[in-house]
Write a new protein. Structure first.
Lengths: 631, 239
């Protein structure tokens, strides 16, 4: 099974590699991604699931293209984070730097071309070669966002039995439901979530992996059914009988139709629990489910406000002259600039080109210009832009200068692009840290089950029905006194009763075995019923097989008891109404078991008035005696 | 309104010794629990309890139990010794458990250091519906002094109490209540979760004292003691 686990990891790695490949092929040359990861533990507490969620995020800046990229500035808006982001990966040529505001030394060419509205962090990477990447990590303030105890996916898990007996190989059906938490998505501003999900359900008797060592046998998983995705079983490695893993992959959840927001999975689990060293009952773990998912958008509201960057380009200045001026002197010089995109896969937008001339001896002595052109024109790879000429009237030979400001366009094909996704926190062993811990009640002491049979008895008379209540103790210990209650529907009457329950199998009312009978009584029935009866049985010994049949051996061993009576219908009777039975005490397989309600009260004394009164009296007496002696 | 006290530990064992419901879902809850205590002579206590069926099948409440215990300090003669305690059963008389015209079987059993009122209700409660019944009894739970009498009532159950109301009445004057009451006679409202326990204290005095922020007997006897000491000192100096 462990071998399969390695295979599973290999398959997962392949899938991840494929996803990365897909991302790479579709990502912009300068890819800026915000990826948030959800780490959630959903644990069953006996009545429902409680959630603990921790969200972290990464800002990934990757050169996925084939051109060098320079002067990268990324302005991000991170409102709901705990502390300053930290750099966790950097293989860039120049290193990367984080600022909380745009430094004053940043040139105007950047400031004017970088939108900083709402940005609170600025990442600078002077040089990012192809395949180089920089990642910053941040921790989302889950409490401030109100998500620390909620989750994007709500779990509902029910079983066909509410509890199982210890020391018995039993099977139970699990009804596993996962639905989108509309309130969670609404809180994070995602109105119409679209989620891709895979579910990996593992049985486990390993306490290190959300299991319990009380399971001497656990598995297989069988009888699968699911309304979304593709289900298959596998050998997970933490159960004892294969297959102990259930995978449901390819699930798509959204809110476009009423039933699209949930997935229902049903399967059967077999197991044998040793009873936890004789505990009366306990909620025991039997495994977990790991949810692997992805959806667009993020939890914290993080945004990439803007990106400034550029790649390879050339700028050439053409100077010509001198030309004869109006004054007849040869003092006119002309110059222009050509800006060319020399990158192979990047497109720029050319913001401005400035031309000016200085004297030869002093480059700060501007003798003409500056003259600025604002083309705001796209420059595809290999394309160029040529400015118009500037004229310089200078008796000597001038130096003509040109500079240009251009930035990478926002484009998935030849520019920068930002995207945002949320995924599960990854776990190498079981794929995801979105974990659902599953538990079931195990009864280590006694466990009573009542099965009711109603069957027509044609030989006894018209409309005569045999009613048989089979009471079993599936547990390992002797039960307390057992109360079984039952009601006879309207239009039925007792048939062939002699009100003696000790004469087993002789008439229309008896208990087998009679020695277990400890009394009976009547109550007031609810609407639709004419009679209400209850029977008190002596404590039942444990060990019945729970098959709803009372074998002679089980009856002999006081493990099972049969309560039998006959009733006869008249008029418009409804046999269906007879399928109702109840039981007390509480450790019962029957849902309608009523717990024994215990109220605690009394009194606690907290007055020391008599002590205070005595002290006062003594003080008064002493004062009077002393006063008299002194006087 | 409800206060969970550290001193609740004194009686928590009564709850912890009860097995909580073993069920994947809640079967029943006490949707309404009204306690009325009349403190004239012996305490007369009345519980009006409403049990609600929370599941889709009928439920028969069956056997229920009310455990009563007194916690008192040890005494030398009539004097209590501070910081000591002993637990004892409550003497219960004139027990009645009924619902309108129905009288339910009930009994009182002393079990070591507590008293158990056991009742049986073999009437089904339909899904989502409720069953009301009343428990009445007289009990020696009053802590009586010379000029003051006090009752401290703990309340707890092994299922949720959604709405709890406790009223304590006496022909004496209310001079202290904890938690703070809303009227001249203490009436407290709140709720108690499954397994929780809360304490409610009311002190009455034969003296016409107002409602005080601390126990009345301490204020009265403490003041008297201080006055006597001051008068004695003044008297002795004049001599």
């Amino acid at each position: 099974m462990r071998g399969w686990r390695s295979g599973g990891i290999g398959l997962s790695a392949l899938i991840i590699a494929l996803i990365i490949t897909i991302i790479n092929t579709s990502a912009a040359p300068l890819d800026v991604s915000i990826e948030e990861r959800i780490n959630t533990t959903a644990e069953y507490d006996g009545t429902g699931f409680s959630y603990t969620t921790d969200v972290t995020g990464f800002i990934n800046i990757t050169n996925t293209g084939s051109d060098d990229i320079y002067g990268v500035w990324v302005a991000v808006d991170l409102d709901n984070i705990v502390s300053t982001p930290s750099k966790v990966f950097d293989n860039s040529s120049s290193g990367a730097y984080l600022y909380t505001s745009l430094p004053a030394a940043v040139p105007d060419s950047v400031k004017k071309n970088l939108n900083t509205t709402g940005a609170d962090y600025f990442i600078r990477i002077p040089h990012l070669r192809p395949k180089e990447k920089v990642s910053y990590f941040y921790d989302v303030d889950d409490s401030a966002l109100g998500i620390a105890n909620s989750a994007p996916f709500l779990i509902d898990e029910k079983y066909n039995v509410t509890k199982i007996p210890a020391n018995k190989d039993v099977a139970w059906t699990v009804y596993f439901n996962i639905s989108l938490s509309t309130s969670f998505f609404s809180n994070i501003g995602i109105a119409n979530p679209s989620v891709n999900m895979n579910i990996y359900k593992y049985l486990s008797n390993d306490p290190k992996y959300y299991g319990s060592g009380n399971w001497t046998s656990l598995g297989p998983i069988s009888v699968l059914s699911n309304n979304k995705g593709t289900a298959s079983t596998a050998n997970g490695g933490w159960g004892t009988v294969d297959p102990d893993e259930l995978d449901v992959t390819g699930i798509k959840l959204n809110t476009t139709a009423p039933t699209n927001d949930e997935v229902n999975i049903t399967f059967e689990v077999q197991g044998k629990n040793n009873g936890g060293n004789g505990a009366v009952y306990y909620l025991d773990k039997f495994g977990f489910a790991a949810l692997e998912f992805t959806f667009d958008g993020n939890v914290s509201g993080a945004k990439v406000v803007d990106v400034f960057a550029y790649g390879n380009a050339s700028i050439a200045v053409n100077k010509s002259g001198p030309f004869k001026g109006n004054n007849g002197e040869w003092t006119i010089w002309k110059g222009n600039a050509t800006v060319k995109n020399t990158a192979s896969g990047l497109t720029y937008v050319l913001r401005n080109v400035t031309l000016y001339a200085t004297s030869t001896g002093s480059f700060t002595n501007i003798i003409a210009g500056p003259t600025e052109e604002k083309p705001n024109q796209k420059l595809q790879p290999s394309s160029s832009y040529k400015t118009s000429d500037i004229a310089v009237n200078y008796t000597s030979v001038p130096v003509i200068w040109a500079n240009a400001t251009f930035k990478l366009i926002k484009d998935t094909g030849q520019g920068w692009y930002a995207n945002s996704t949320t995924v599960n926190e990854y776990n190498a062993t079981y794929n995801s840290r979105y974990v659902v811990i599953e538990k079931i009640y195990v009864i280590g002491s006694y466990l009573i089950k009542v099965t009711k049979y109603v069957q027509a008895n044609a030989s006894a008379g018209n409309n005569v029905f045999d009613v048989k209540l089979v009471v079993e103790n599936l547990g390992g210990q002797t039960s307390p006194y057992v109360y079984v209650y039952d009601m006879i529907p309207e239009n039925f009457s007792e048939y062939d009763w002699n009100n003696n329950w000790m004469d087993a199998r002789n008439d229309g009312n008896w208990i087998d075995k009679p020695q277990m009978y400890a009394g009976n009584g009547t109550g007031t029935p609810m609407n639709g019923y004419d009679k209400a009866y209850y029977w008190r049985l002596d404590p039942l010994a444990g060990g019945a097989n729970g098959d709803g049949q009372a074998s002679p051996t089980e009856i002999q061993n006081n493990q099972s008891v049969i309560i039998f009576y006959q009733m006869q219908g008249s008029g418009e009777f409804r046999v269906l109404d007879a399928f109702l039975v109840g039981i007390d005490p509480m450790l019962s397989m029957n849902e309608q078991t009523s717990p024994k309600i215990t109220v605690v009260s009394g009194s606690a004394a907290s007055s020391y008035e008599s002590v205070m009164a005595l002290l006062t009296g003594i003080a008064g007496l002493v004062a009077v005696v002393t006063y008299r002696k002194r006087s | 309104m409800m206060r969970l006290s550290v001193s609740a530990l004194l009686l928590v064992f009564l709850l912890t010794s009860v097995l909580p419901t073993v069920s994947a879902q809640k079967v029943e809850e006490i949707s309404d629990f009204r306690i009325n205590v009349e403190l004239n002579g012996n305490a007369h206590i009345r519980y009006d309890i409403t049990i609600k069926n929370l599941i889709d099948n009928p439920v028969v409440p069956g056997i229920g139990e009310i455990r009563l215990q007194k916690v008192r300090p040890l005494k030398v003669g009539i004097l209590p010794i501070p910081f000591t305690e002993r637990r004892m059963p409550v003497k219960v008389e004139n027990l009645k458990v009924y619902s309108r015209d129905k009288v339910f079987k009930s009994s009182v059993v002393e079990k070591g250091d507590y008293t158990a009122i056991i009742y049986e209700i073999w009437y089904p409660v339909e899904p989502g519906k409720t069953l009301n019944f009343t428990v009445e009894y007289d009990a020696d739970i009053v802590d009586s002094g010379l000029l003051f009498k006090t009752v401290t009532i703990p309340v707890g159950t092994d299922i949720d109490i959604k709405k709890l109301e406790i009223t304590v009445n006496s022909d004496w004057n209310l001079c202290y209540a904890d938690p703070k009451p809303s009227g001249s006679n203490p009436t407290w409202q709140g709720s108690i979760p499954k397994g929780g326990i809360a304490f409610y204290t009311a002190e009455f005095s034969v003296l016409p004292l107002p409602i005080l922020p601390v126990r009345g007997y301490i204020v009265f006897w403490g003041s008297l003691l201080v006055i006597i000491v001051i008068l004695a000192i003044i008297g002795l100096r004049r001599k």
